[in-house]
Design a protein around this ligand. Structure first.
Ligand code: NAD
Ligand code: TYD
Length: 374
């Protein structure tokens, strides 16, 4: 495969995937198709934007004719599909946009790929990036007599802290709760249907919460780092008891590279960090790290914690079991959480201009004018 279409490459995870492919595979031509919504930011790719094997196309994945023309013009033989509306809170306010982009957009891409490949599946691949949120929510249960978090080796060769007995496995039944996860679940089903019905070589992966550089500051970690820097309140939903499994974004990009090249067609892989954190504990680590790196005495920003009304339908716990990926393809997270969070906080503090451009709303207008008419 030489001509790879990556959708959503100007977003958080997509920019890491584009960077990895452009630098690691000089023989590939990487076409990044992105609508540049509020979440898309070409500044995420400044370091590789002039690479000879990279092309940016500003387009909407729902625009069938445009997507068709991109397949033909660049003779696409592999797709890594990340473009999506990705924020649960926004999906609660505006579910239509999520159905449009995540469901219809994915279907549009599938149709365009099917038409362009025209039954010649040799060397082709359609890889869809999805989320663990499609599986629903897990309980905070524990083995007899042990309060969570407890140490377990049940699902991994490594010890890790778990907040419940159960995990999401590749065969866990889909049970999405939010409009975001419902739209992602629907798109996953369409991708699998294109394999089962037409024989398209598809792969789906479901990943846990990502963190790291270039994440839009509406998500917990960058939002809180930025708020601490400005002495603004840190809105903790509910009691801060919800549990998420956090993975450093570069490790997700590594997994995507591996699975795109070595994953079994029609298969599904779960990707996760075996790294569960209760929100409030994670928030305390973020506060401590930001204060230390800013040279503030410990405890300076603790008072910013502000408990607010819980998110509607807030899923209690996500926890991925990625043993299959480890056993079959040898992937494991490369970074310990302590190292990952330190790198992440440092990056946001060192790249305040990136953050300020987004939060001041300037970058969107700037790039809109730069790329209009392309
Ligand atoms: P993001 O919101 O940072 O980026 C999404 C990108 O898609 C943006 O560049 C945006 O401009 C683009 N986009 C949105 N609508 C589009 C459209 N109609 N046409 C073309 N481009 C469009 O999202 P992210 O966090 O990088 O997530 C990327 C993918 O990974 C999504 O599919 C998401 O569901 C999935 N995922 C995310 C996480 C996470 O923790 N962030 C975890 C698991 C899976
Ligand atoms: P988020 O980063 O939105 O990811 P997701 O909802 O996809 O897991 O949120 C992570 C967790 O943090 C989630 O349990 C909701 C919680 N949260 C807050 O408590 N306050 C906030 O301001 C945000 C954005 C999230």
């Amino acid at each position: 495969m030489k001509n790879i279409l990556i959708t959503g490459g100007a977003g958080f995870i997509g920019s890491h995937v584009v960077r990895l492919f452009v630098t690691k595979y000089p023989d590939y031509h990487i076409v990044n198709l992105d609508k540049l919504t509020y979440a898309g930011n070409l500044a995420n790719l400044k370091d590789i934007e002039n690479a000879p094997n990279y092309t940016f196309v500003k387009a909407d994945i729902c625009d069938f004719e445009k997507v068709q023309s991109v397949f033909a013009e660049y003779q696409i033989d592999g797709v890594i599909h990340l473009a999506a509306e990705s924020h649960v809170d926004r999906s609660i306010k505006d579910p239509f946009t999520f159905a449009r982009t995540n469901v219809m957009g994915t279907l549009t891409l599938l149709q365009a790929a099917k038409q362009y490949w025209n039954g010649n599946w040799e060397g082709k691949r359609f890889y869809h990036i999805s989320t663990d949120e499609v599986y629903g929510a897990l309980e905070l249960t524990h083995p007899d007599g042990i309060e969570p978090p407890f140490s377990t080796t049940a699902s991994s060769s490594e010890h890790h802290l778990a907040y419940g007995k159960d995990f999401f496995y590749e065969d866990t039944k889909y049970n999405p709760h939010s409009p975001y996860s419902a739209s992602k679940a629907s798109s996953d089903h369409f991708v699998r249907a294109f394999h089962d019905t037409y024989g398209m070589p598809t792969i789906v992966t479901n990943c846990s919460n990502n963190y790291g550089p270039y994440q839009f500051p509406e998500k917990l970690i960058p939002l809180f780092i930025n708020n601490i820097r400005h002495g603004k309140p840190l809105p903790v939903y509910g009691k801060g008891e919800n549990v998420r499994d956090w993975l450093y974004v570069v490790d997700h990009a590594r997994a995507i590279d591996l699975i795109f090249h070595k994953g079994k067609v029609a298969d599904t892989y779960n990707i996760g960090g075996f790294n569960e954190w209760k929100n409030i504990d994670l928030i305390k680590v973020i506060i401590k790290t930001v204060d230390r790196l800013l040279g503030n005495p410990e405890g300076t920003s603790d008072h910013l914690i502000t408990y607010v009304t819980d998110r509607a339908g807030h899923d209690l716990r996500y926890a991925i079991d990625s043993t299959k990926l480890k056993n079959e393809l040898g992937w494991e997270p490369s970074l310990q959480f302590e190292e990952g969070i330190e790198k992440t906080v440092r990056w946001y503090l060192d790249n305040q201009e990136w953050m300020d451009n987004i939060t001041s709303g300037e970058y969107e207008k700037y790039y809109e004018s730069m790329y209009s008419g392309r």
